[in-house]
Design a protein around this ligand. Structure first.
Ligand code: ADP
Length: 448
């Protein structure tokens, strides 16, 4: 096992990784930007290193600064968390050349699945259906029109390097297709320095269902069940739950097996997520692989009892998976709510600033993953998530009751958060009945 590990991230996930390391007896090195001197996990670190200015390009994305910190602090491994450099194959190569173990998949796997067009090819080779669409990238207006007419409108233009819902455009006809094609290319070029786009059929009110996988360095791959992440705003997840409330045991087994097949075809290693859309007829279609730990991993941890971050670290250290597929059992129901510093009453405008009062919920069935504390100032430079409230109960009904109770207990003053939105969502009969699709939040707010 590693003696010392550097956490190349900030916020709640840095704290989460810190907790895993401390329980494994691994020393930790925390890095921070000039805007992040007050981060909670810095208090628990064995060593802290300032790596640059507030702008993440100069700090959390600054490869030379991170590697210098790792070498000076003499670490054996780096955990990247999510976002920032977690899916950057170049960074992994640099780590390797410096003899530092990156806690994640090998660079070739990250590069292969990070290109969504290649990931779709891998899925097809593994016999896993992807959303019908273009056969590879779409390079011209003419090609875009041909593909759209063949699969039928409406279609979705997507960025091959995409993430975070960027570089995505819906088209209902020829005119919006041409406009969307150029807009998606330009957005992808700016966001990812890669303007490659492809086209998929726009599924009608699908659910987002994803499978957690874990693979070791010895070719063993298991899945840890699914998460339903249908509650989204503008293609960004807000609430995630496990298990998916509407899957039959047969569908659950099928989607899990499909994810493992795909992971084998990709030579997958470490923790990852295989994402699918489930249509209204119960068919599921692969959309992408995320080659990192995800924000919503705690719902899987609660339901399966495995510590995913510790598992990732053990895998990176070369250990074999200590359990098999038969050992994975889903117990009860878990739901996660992303408490973001955003104002849901004003178009989700970011709301950074001083947290004057914070009373987090607690008690039976409640997990609070957060770096926020009373007196902490949420900086304006980064992702707006300040906490993840996770509830876990024997049944979904009980989980909903615990969620209502926990959200009522939660007091955050000084900044606006998504909390009031979740209180309303929990009163909505569609959510209570487990009948939401990816357009639910946008429609729900559209009604107002
Ligand atoms: P990103 O990597 O940018 O998050 P994804 O491919 O994971 O993009 O898709 C994000 C979300 O966009 C999905 O959860 C779903 O809500 C929506 N989406 C993606 N592809 C389709 C599609 N073909 N039809 C309908 N909705 C889609």
């Amino acid at each position: 096992m590693f003696r010392r590990l550097l956490i190349a991230n900030r916020g709640e996930i840095a704290l989460r990784i810190m907790r895993a390391c401390r329980e494994l007896g691994i020393e930790t090195v925390a890095v921070y930007s000039e805007a992040d001197r007050d981060l909670l996990h810095l208090r628990y670190a064995d060593e802290t290193v300032c790596i640059g200015p507030a702008a993440s390009s100069g700090s959390y994305l600054n490869v030379p600064a991170l590697i210098a910190a790792a070498e000076i602090a003499d670490v054996e491994a780096i955990h990247p968390g999510y976002g920032f450099l977690s899916e950057n194959a170049h960074f992994v190569e640099v780590c390797q050349s410096c003899n530092i173990k990156f806690v994640g998949p090998p660079p070739a796997v990250i590069a292969a699945v990070g290109d969504k067009v290649r990931a779709k090819e891998i899925a097809r080779q593994a016999g896993v259906a992807d959303v019908p669409g273009s056969d590879g990238p779409v390079r011209s207006e003419q090609e875009a029109l041909q593909v759209a007419r063949a699969i039928g409108f409406p279609v979705l233009i997507k960025a091959a390097a995409g993430g975070g819902g960027r570089g995505m455009r819906v088209a209902h006809n020829d005119v919006s297709l041409i406009n969307g094609f150029h807009a998606a290319q330009a957005e992808a070029e700016t966001a990812f320095k890669d303007g490659t786009v492809y086209i998929e059929k726009l599924l009608d009110r699908p659910r987002h269902v994803e499978v957690q996988i874990l693979g070791d360095q010895h070719g063993n791959i298991v899945h840890l069940g699914e998460r339903d992440c249908s509650l989204q705003r503008r293609h960004q997840k807000l609430v995630e739950e496990s298990p998916c409330p509407i899957l039959t045991p047969e569908q659950r087994a099928q989607i899990g097996e499909a994810a493992v097949r795909l992971a084998h075809a990709a030579g997958y290693e470490s923790a990852g997520t295989v994402e699918f859309l489930l249509d209204r007829d119960g068919n599921f279609y692969f959309i992408e692989v995320n080659s990192r730990i995800q924000v919503e991993h705690p719902v899987t941890e609660e339901v399966t009892g495995f510590d995913l971050i510790q598992e990732m670290i053990r895998i990176a250290a070369g250990e074999r998976l200590s359990f098999t597929q038969q050992d994975v059992v889903q117990r009860g129901h878990a739901i996660e709510f992303r408490i973001n510093a955003e104002d849901p009453d004003h178009a989700f405008k970011p709301s950074p600033g001083l947290i004057e009062t914070l009373i987090p919920p607690a008690g039976p069935g409640v997990r609070w993953d957060s770096h926020a504390y009373q007196g902490y100032r949420v900086p304006p430079h980064y992702d707006s998530m300040v906490a993840k409230l996770v509830v876990h109960r024997p049944t979904r009904r009980q989980a909903l009751a615990t969620a209502r109770r926990a959200l009522d207990e939660l007091v955050i003053e000084g900044i606006r958060t998504t909390t009031p939105l979740f209180r309303r969502v929990l009163e909505h009969s569609d959510f209570i009945n487990g009948e939401v699709d990816t357009g639910f939040v946008d429609r729900f707010f559209g009604q107002k």
